[in-house]
Write a protein that binds this ligand. Structure first.
Ligand SMILES: *Cc1c(COP(=O)(O)O)cnc(C)c1O
Length: 334
C-alpha cells in the first residue's frame, strides 16, 4: 500500500462488522468479508432516509500500538442519534467492542506511524424492512467498516476559504445536533454551489435569526480572540464534535488558555485573529478567509495561526502517543 498517495476515499478492506435488529433485539453480530448490503426495495432507509452514522479513526502510535481515539464518545453520540430518529440503540459497550474487532481484523490496513495516514472507521445504522406508510422501520442493520485514508492536507496545512451561504443547515428544534444522513443529503446542493463559486465550505448561520455562527456542513468552528482565548459557538442545532470538545479541553489543560462555548454573532468575527474548522477527518483546518455577501474577514491565507498550530500539534501529539493522553482517551487495540 502506498500510504502517502491515499486520499480521503473508500478503499475496501478485509472485514466489516454486521449486526441485525429484529423482533425487538440485536443479534450478536459477526465479522464478514461481504462488503455488500441486500435489502428490500421499500426499506425505511431508502424511502424515508432513516439512517445515522459515526466517524472515528484508529492510529499507530509512536511506540507501535494501535489505538482508537475516544470511541466511547462516538457510541454515546450514535445512541443519541438513534433515539432522535426512532431507531433502536446499539448498546454503547458493544459499539466500542465492535470497533476494536473491526480494527483488529484489518490490522494490515492501519497505516504506519509517521505516514500521516490513518484507518477511518464508519459505524452506521439503517432501517432495513419495508415501510410505505410513514413510520419507523421495525428491523435495522448496524455495520462498521474500515477504510485507510491519507493525510487530509497533502504538502502541508493550507488555510481554506468559507462563505456564508443563503442556505440553512439546521432548524432550531430539528436534527442539526444528531449525525443523520439527511443533514448531509440536504447540504450537498449548498456545497456544490460553494465549490462552483470558488469557496471550500459553507459557514452556516442559525436559521432562526441568521445572525449567529453555527458550523459548516461537516465540521465545528473555533475562533481565537486577540487575547488568546478560544471561543466556539453554543447552539442546540450544532453537531457536538468530539474533536472540538477534545480541543477545548486541550486548550485549558495542556496550553493554559481560556476556552469558552458561547453564542457568537457573525458581526463579532472581525474581532477574532484566528479561525479553524474541527472534525475527525482533518482534526483542525485553518480558515484563511470568511466571505459574507461582500464583507470579508481575513485571518491570513499563508499559514495556520499560532494558536491553531499549537492546538493541532498538541491534539495530534496525544492521538499519536507523543504526549501523555488524558485518562480514557486512547483505547488500545493492539
Ligand atoms: C461529524 C460532524 C462533525 C465533527 O465531529 P467529530 O466528532 O469531531 O468528528 C461536525 N459537524 C458535523 C455536522 C458533523 O456531522
Amino acid at each position: 500500500m502506498d500510504w502517502g498517495s491515499l486520499g480521503f476515499g473508500y478503499v475496501k478492506t478485509d472485514y466489516r462488522f454486521v449486526s441485525n435488529y429484529k423482533d425487538g433485539k440485536w443479534d450478536e453480530g459477526v465479522l464478514t468479508e461481504d462488503d455488500t448490503v441486500t435489502i428490500s426495495e421499500s426499506a425505511g432507509v431508502l424511502q424515508y432516509a432513516q439512517t445515522c452514522f459515526e466517524g472515528l479513526k484508529a492510529y499507530r502510535t509512536q511506540d507501535g500500538h494501535v489505538v482508537c481515539f475516544r470511541p466511547d464518545m462516538n457510541a454515546e453520540r450514535m445512541a443519541n442519534s438513534a433515539r432522535r430518529l426512532e431507531m433502536p440503540v446499539f448498546p454503547e459497550d458493544r459499539f466500542v467492542d465492535a470497533v476494536k474487532k473491526v480494527v483488529k481484523a484489518n490490522l494490515k490496513f492501519v497505516p504506519p506511524y509517521g505516514s500521516g495516514a490513518t484507518l477511518y472507521l464508519r459505524p452506521y445504522m439503517f432501517g432495513s424492512n419495508p415501510v410505505i406508510g410513514v413510520k419507523p422501520a421495525t428491523e435495522f442493520q448496524f455495520r462498521i467498516f474500515a477504510t485507510p485514508v491519507g493525510p487530509y492536507f497533502k504538502g502541508g496545512i493550507k488555510p481554506i476559504t468559507l462563505r456564508v451561504p443563503d442556505f440553512d443547515r439546521a432548524a432550531p428544534r430539528g436534527t442539526g445536533h444528531v449525525k443523520a444522513g439527511l443533514n448531509y443529503a440536504m447540504s450537498l446542493h449548498a456545497i456544490v454551489d460553494a465549490h462552483n463559486q470558488g469557496y471550500n465550505e459553507n459557514l452556516y448561520l442559525d436559521s432562526a435569526t441568521r445572525t449567529k455562527v453555527e458550523e459548516t456542513g461537516g465540521a465545528n468552528v473555533i475562533f481565537v480572540t486577540k487575547d488568546n482565548k478560544i471561543v466556539t459557538p453554543k447552539s442546540n442545532s450544532i453537531l457536538p464534535s468530539i474533536t472540538r470538545r477534545s480541543l477545548m479541553y486541550v486548550a485549558k489543560e495542556y496550553l493554559g488558555l481560556e476556552a469558552q462555548e458561547r453564542e457568537i454573532y457573525i458581526d463579532e468575527v472581525k474581532d477574532f485573529k484566528e479561525c479553524a474548522l474541527c472534525g475527525t477527518a482533518a482534526v483542525l483546518s485553518p480558515v484563511g478567509k470568511i466571505v459574507d455577501h461582500g464583507k470579508e474577514y481575513n485571518f491570513g491565507m499563508e499559514k495556520p495561526g499560532e494558536i491553531t498550530q499549537k492546538l493541532y500539534d498538541t491534539l495530534t501529539g496525544i492521538q499519536m502517543g507523543r504526549l501523555k493522553a488524558p485518562d480514557g482517551w486512547l483505547f488500545v487495540v493492539e
